[in-house]
Design a protein around this ligand. Structure first.
Ligand SMILES: NC(=O)c1ccc[n+]([C@@H]2O[C@H](COP(=O)([O-])OP(=O)(O)OC[C@H]3O[C@@H](n4cnc5c(N)ncnc54)[C@H](OP(=O)(O)O)[C@@H]3O)[C@@H](O)[C@H]2O)c1
Length: 331
């Protein structure tokens, strides 16, 4: 059994992780921490019958685990990650704190110097479809962001095949409100979000752009939107490949995903929708040629932000790190 600790179990990703691990045959939950709800149980905090005890982070003993998951807000995880690594356990961090390889990029996007730049160099970006071998050996995995998972998986085959002719792409993404976490905010308040649809942080300002650009090497114009649903992301990505590239050649580039258990390209003419992916660990893609002579294509990607975009991907990474079947607990 893999002994597991979870920091931040009272957030949406922490709760999703506990639910996934309940169904995982090799997972043994050693501790789950909370800040405000320490001393209570999960059933006191969420509509669930799971009576998992919640303890404070100070009471948690990472040395008693094989891996810990950090489901804490970005900017807060470094001391927890350092303590866990010093205790000899492995870490999967769901925050953005270790996703950027270069400390200068972190400072540029997050507005302060990274407190542990040596760990940035060590951390492996936890996208199994791109870094499977490195994840297997990693001590510290930086689980990708929810929007970036959809955008990077949509673009990775094209980039790998050297197809983008215009180095600027546009990603127009829509996310359910759980993407913003469980803390109360006016924007995700039922009365504000319900029967509404809004764009935010458009252009080149959302911090997820940093990892999209790091992983694709492209310049990304990114327009996130808030959908009045609880979970799910749909990204519509506008890309220009070498003019005249035949649609079959573009589709063939996605052949690298043929054996991927959690990425699927739909047949020509079909487009993915949220209900194909929510409550699963899958990212589902569709491609639409727009103007073949000009090389214009649209790729649509859908995923569940809390599963493939967060906790499911984290379990996929754990499976790889411990030599298990990558799909264990996720089918
Ligand atoms: N939501 C998503 O779709 C998603 C997807 C991918 C990645 N992520 C990332 O995953 C991490 C967790 O996201 P989430 O949506 O689960 O967040 P969340 O719902 O806001 O939960 C955050 C958790 O961290 C605790 N916490 C808050 N502030 C803290 C602090 N200063 N020090 C220690 N603990 C603190 C909270 O405890 P209390 O309940 O006591 O406040 C809660 O347990 C974030 O870094 C987020 O960016 C989220």
């Amino acid at each position: 059994m893999i002994r597991i600790g979870i920091y931040g179990a009272t957030g949406y990703t922490g709760f999703e992780l506990i639910n996934l691990l309940q169904r995982h045959p090799q997972a043994q939950l050693v501790f789950a921490t909370a800040r405000s709800a320490a001393g209570k149980t999960l059933a006191d905090v969420f509509p669930t019958t799971l009576d998992v005890p919640l303890i404070s982070a100070e009471e948690a003993d990472p040395a008693a685990t094989d891996v810990v998951f950090c489901c804490l807000p970005h900017g807060t995880t470094v001391p927890t990650v350092q303590q866990a690594l010093e205790a000899g356990t492995r870490v999967i961090d769901l925050s953005a704190d270790f996703r950027l390889r270069r400390a200068e990029e972190y400072a540029r996007w997050y507005g302060n110097p990274h407190p542990a730049p040596e760990l940035l160099a060590e951390a492996i970006y936890g996208l199994p479809e791109c870094y499977r071998a490195a994840i297997r050996a990693a001590r510290l995995v930086a689980n990708p962001g929810c929007y970036p998972t959809s955008v990077i998986l949509a673009l990775h085959p094209l980039v790998r095949a050297g197809l983008p002719a215009d180095q600027t792409i546009i990603a127009d993404s829509k996310s359910g409100v759980s993407g913003a976490g469980r803390s109360l905010s006016l924007k995700t308040h039922f009365g504000e979000a319900h029967e509404n649809f809004s764009a935010y942080n458009i252009g080149h300002s959302h911090r997820h752009i940093a990892e999209m650009e790091q992983e694709t090497g492209l310049h990304v114009i990114f327009s996130p939107h808030l959908l009045p649903v609880f979970r799910g992301i749909l990204s519509t990505i506008y890309v220009t490949v070498t003019p005249g590239t035949d649609p079959d050649i573009v589709r063939e580039a996605y052949g690298i995903f043929a054996d991927e258990p959690f990425v699927q390209l739909l047949p020509a003419g079909r487009l993915p929708e949220l209900r194909h992916a929510v409550h699963t660990n899958r990212c589902i893609l569709g491609i639409q040629p727009v103007d073949v002579a000009a090389g214009r294509y649209i790729v649509v990607a859908v995923e569940d932000n809390l599963i493939k975009g967060a906790s499911g991907q984290a379990v996929q990474n754990m499976n790889l790190m411990f030599g298990l079947d990558e799909t264990l607990g996720l089918r």
